[in-house]
Design a binder for this molecule. Sequence first.
Ligand code: B12
Ligand code: SF4
Length: 475
Amino acid sequence: MTEATRPAAASFIKKSGPKRLWLDLGDLGDLVNPAGPHEQWQDHGLGLLRTILHQNGVMTDMFSTRQCVSWDEVRARMQAGQYDVLIMNVRSYTYPVAYRSAKIFKEVNPKGIVIAGGLHATVALDEMESVPEFDRIVQGPGEKNIVEIVSDPLSFPRVILGMGARSMEEWPMIDRTLWPKPASKKLAKKFNWPLEPECGWGPPKVATILTSRVCPWQCVFCNENSYIPNMGRRPVEMVIDELNYLDRVYGPLGSVVIHDSMFFQNPSWLEEWIEKYPRKARKAWPYWAAGRADTVRQWPHLFEALIKETNWMTVSIGFESGSDRVLKIINKECTEEDNYFAIDLLHKIADELEAQGRPAPVFWSNIMLGIPGETREDAIKTMRMVKYTRRIMPSISFYAPYPGSALGYQLIAEGKSLMSKENYHRFPDDEKVKGIDYQFYRDLLGGKYDDEVNRGLPEFARQRRSMFLDALAKA
Ligand code: B12
Ligand code: SF4
């Protein structure tokens, strides 16, 4: 940062101390009249860091762009608060909102300081450095030095290396009342704040929770372990204690969403979960959590026990593709065979449970279309796999080249990404990569190629729906 753009320390600190705003980021109106259920999830980064700040006496106000219906409202709320410091957790998909908010903040208070941390600062530093409104940019995690950074940002250089905990055991329990509230009466009725609303994965009230931080695999569209430092998993007992606390204080809980990128890893932790969750939790609430097809095949007994004994009722698997060619392109390290093994195993378990009069688990199945290098035949095979899966909530998206991931960086460098700071992702069928025939994919999801998709499928699968446009998710 040049001296010309560096605000003088004395000019920003009021006698009463600086007034700080933590701005929760998301699309306008998502906490008023949401476009969908997933835009209502709360931000654990914000929750964790505000909890740490407040426990250390560094107070912040907070509102959310999701609580506002226009940029004028965001401006008016910033004006009314007379803030000196703006703090944000910026992910690539919230970068456009962060960028615009920082500009408005500086228009309202040119002497104010903007501190922007979060994953986007780690994966796209150049992009953030080129925006003069970001006074301090924090890369990496922040739990160990957020208090110092926010207390005295000007004593740090413009780009700061955040410090994280070695284990999630060191994280305090999030004070969920520090999360934004739903901003309309209609939404408030079913939101269950400070818990979260139902989204079709399990009954309300819903608690989202994290037990692990990083997935060790290296799929080229994701590779989060190349930019999120590894850390110890939260001990099983701490997870259960937190859920029991939430149930007692804000409950009754109906279900849980375990937001880990990869829940189904670390067999010894999972074995302890199987032993303790059904016994020590006030109720073995059904939950949503993520796994991989190859490890389901590697540890089928563990998979079955988790479903039957701990109520892992919504099994999220990133199948991504039904074609070995594409699975290789994306370095998924899973094969078509692994995918079909996992699908058949879940069918078997679900049939058994249903025969006993118990609810059957379903797949939340992540599927990507439009990966560079994918042929029409590959995409048709993928839709064939989707139709074959009997108990499925498909979540299909057009591949999006996020910075941080190997394939994302490559396509950005080649000038093929269509994602920009004005529009990282807005609508599910936004076109994200140059040279992809999106019309073919829309036709495929619209059922135009159903005859080809049906080829070789058993009768039960042929009879299933051929239109999947409604399953297209934001990515
Ligand atoms: C839970 C989750 C979701 C949830 C909820 C999101 C939410 N509201 O929080 C849902 C399911 C909705 C979701 C959806 C999507 N997600 Co998501 N999601 C995650 C996940 C698994 C965990 C996020 C989390 O809570 N982390 C834990 C908290 C504590 O970490 P954190 O927020 O990063 O904060 C830490 C640091 O960044 C830092 N920090 C943050 N802010 C600040 C500020 C200051 C001042 C300082 C000092 C430090 C600091 O300190 C914090 C503590 O260490 C991450 C992967 C991951 N392991 O993080 C992906 C991830 C964030 N998602 C990602 C993506 C791409 C998406 C989607 C676009 C679709 C998709 N491909 O998955 C959608 C779009 C969402 C939308 N709202 O439009 C990417 C983002 C990539 C990027 N470059 O930003 C990630 C990294 C996964 C991946 N590898 O692809 N997601
Ligand atoms: S896509 Fe899934 S398995 Fe692959 S690296 Fe990301 S979280 Fe891990």
